[in-house]
Write a protein that binds this ligand. Structure first.
Ligand code: GSH
Length: 226
């Protein structure tokens, strides 16, 4: 699961070397991502909720574009990554589950564990289906794609997600899990990415968003973020 060894000499030193000028602490955990919410923000929510000391490293696009060496030495050339001591983990969902395990945010029951995974993987299917809307350059075609998303795709998924929340007392699983944080963060990402409103049409979703936003650690993070 962990990229141990892979990073111990090359990547780890590059990541740290790149940031040496700005590092002000000796925290062993770093979340490295762009200066965006997108798929990084749910990880920040979990880290802040857990009271985990970490360095929230934000890479600017200009930095990314000019530092090809950094990209080439990442496990798969993409962000976010979590640096934990001398180990590096890529893939935001894997990072969320890893952080969640340390915070008792992964269901103990294997079926429950898989069930929350399934919801998040399904939400990620929906997220992937929003990319054509974002990328389309032709205004008329873009509008048609967005209409299909708003009229068909989002209702298809979100009536089902809402039922899951209702069955579980407002959570994705039987209790608060890593999946709740990711669910909220990814919905916010979709809303911003393709300029759609989801929360206002699905009260159980909005309730979960409010619940996560008001958790200790997350609340302060949101109050302080740009
Ligand atoms: N499935 C991956 C997606 C990673 C990904 O595509 N990251 C994008 C930013 S959201 C990236 O690094 N883009 C820069 C590039 O590809 O050069 C995850 O969830 O971590």
């Amino acid at each position: 699961m962990y990229q141990q060894g892979f990073v111990s000499s090359s990547l780890y030193s590059v990541i740290n070397g790149e940031r040496k000028r700005t590092v002000v602490s000796d925290m062993s955990k770093k979340l490295i991502y762009f200066d965006l919410k997108a798929i990084g923000e749910p990880l920040r929510y979990i880290l802040h909720y857990g009271g985990i000391q970490f360095e929230d490293v934000r890479i600017s696009y200009s930095e990314w574009a000019t530092k090809k060496k950094m990209k080439s030495r990442l496990p798969f050339g993409k962000l976010p990554i979590l640096v934990d001591g001398d180990r590096i983990l890529n893939q935001s969902m894997a990072i969320a589950r890893y952080l969640g395990r340390g915070l008792d945010l992964v269901p103990a029951d294997p079926w429950e564990e898989a069930a929350v995974d399934a919801v998040i993987l399904t939400l990620n299917d929906l997220r992937a289906s929003t990319s054509p809307v974002f990328r389309e350059q032709d205004a008329v075609k873009k509008e048609a794609l967005k209409k299909e998303l708003v009229d068909e795709t989002i209702p298809f998924y979100f009536t089902r997600f809402q039922n899951i929340l209702k069955e579980n007392n407002g959570h994705i699983g039987k209790k608060l899990t890593w999946a709740d944080f990711v669910f909220v963060g990814i919905i916010e990402f979709i809303e911003e990415f393709v300029q759609v409103k989801i929360q206002e049409n699905y009260p159980a979703v909005k309730e979960l968003v409010n619940k996560i936003h008001n958790l200790p650690g997350v609340k302060e993070h949101i109050a302080n973020r740009k």
